[in-house]
Design a protein around this ligand. Structure first.
Ligand code: SAM
Ligand code: SF4
Length: 333
């Protein structure tokens, strides 16, 4: 078996696939409220094309996939894509990241198609605040999505919570309580400056050390789980006596690049070796040519940088390279 190993010795077995850059929400840390331009439907990677890229990747050691977006559940027949991906030899695990709004309707079909795991984004437990953060949609639908995911047997269910200073910081204790009382894994995520206006980011960025402070204030006995390394950047914690657990993803206060095992495929057909930097490799010209497709994966290994420099932005420091101008919704997180 050939492997995807970069210049820094990191092995890559994980591909995140964005199936659309469109979304039914407009989360304030991800997209502007108005005026977003989307990829034409005709320029999105078709399911046939995505399957072809994944088959090439699987021959090089890609084993884990995550389907993301934009909002992946607005792409029609997503279960059919998942069924095709799960049939590819070498693919062992397929996960989905979704805002949850359309999940209740689709959970059963997705599970039947071979989806193994779901992450559902949930930044607040307060309906009015949900309207403020997501600007559209309804928290109730997300909660129904979480329930449906549990009912059809997804386990573990992970909740992605982007923490924002002065917005949802005061809900950390409630999220910890949720993780203590329910079989859920709450993943707190630092707000990242990706394709984003800097002032908003600087005003709302919150280092995740705050979560551990609150956990101690609330008298939870927390312990870092050294045994869970799974997909890389999440640092996992358990709470003594608790049913669920929580994780910290802190790319800014403590960057996770040394264990990076991931590549990304954008909805318009570009492999991104790193979430942060501008570099991309278009796969379209390699469609139908397995050798050319393999070489794109190898090229991604050659140009993958050692790390991102998100923290330099916070400190107004100089950067060594050019950050992407894509928004998170155009990359997939
Ligand atoms: N629409 C889906 C969702 O929201 O789960 C999938 C796509 S979304 C881009 C993937 C993840 O990225 C979500 O958990 C979202 O909260 C997170 N995200 C988006 N913008 C972010 C930012 N600027 N910093 C940190 N996380 C971000
Ligand atoms: Fe949409 Fe997800 Fe971005 Fe929110 S985070 S706007 S749900 S893509």
């Amino acid at each position: 078996m050939q492997t995807l190993t970069d210049r820094f010795g990191r092995h890559h077995n994980y591909l995140r696939i964005s199936v659309t850059d469109r979304c039914n929400l407009r989360c304030l840390y991800c997209m502007p409220e108005e005026g977003v331009e989307f990829t034409e439907a005709s320029n999105l990677m078709s399911y046939d094309e995505i399957v072809e890229v994944v088959k090439s990747g699987a021959l090089l050691g890609i084993k884990k996939l995550r389907i993301t977006g934009g909002e992946p559940l607005i792409r029609p027949d997503l279960d059919k894509l998942i069924a095709r991906l799960s049939a590819i030899s070498g693919i062992e695990d397929i996960a989905l990241t979704t805002n949850g709004v359309f999940l209740a309707k689709q959970a059963k079909a997705l599970k039947a198609a071979g989806l193994n795991r779901v992450n559902i984004s949930l930044d607040t437990l307060d309906p009015a605040r949900f309207k403020f953060i997501a600007r559209r949609g309804d928290l109730k639908r997300v909660m129904e999505g979480i329930e449906a995911a549990a009912e059809v047997g997804f386990h573990p269910i992970k909740l992605n919570c982007v923490l924002l200073k002065n917005v949802n910081e005061d809900e950390i204790a409630q999220f910890l309580k949720l993780a203590y009382e329910q079989p859920l894994h709450v993943r707190f995520i630092e707000y990242m400056p990706i394709g984003h206006d800097d002032d908003n980011w600087k005003n709302h960025y919150l280092p995740l050390s705050r979560v551990l402070e609150i956990a101690h204030e609330q008298k939870y006995q927390v312990r870092r789980r050294e045994d869970v390394h799974g997909n890389g950047p999440s640092e996992d914690w358990e709470m003594k006596g608790g049913i669920g657990s929580f994780g910290l993803i802190h790319p800014i206060s403590d960057h996770f690049c040394k264990n990076c095992n991931r590549l990304r495929l954008t909805a318009d057909g570009n492999i991104k070796p790193c979430l942060y930097w501008v570099d991309e490799l278009n796969v379209r010209h390699a469609l139908g040519d397995p050798i050319a497709m393999r070489d794109i994966f190898y090229k991604a290994m050659d140009i993958k940088p050692e790390n991102h420099e998100m923290a330099a932005k916070l400190l107004n420091g100089a950067q060594t390279h050019v950050p992407t101008d894509r928004r998170m919704s155009q990359i997939g997180g």
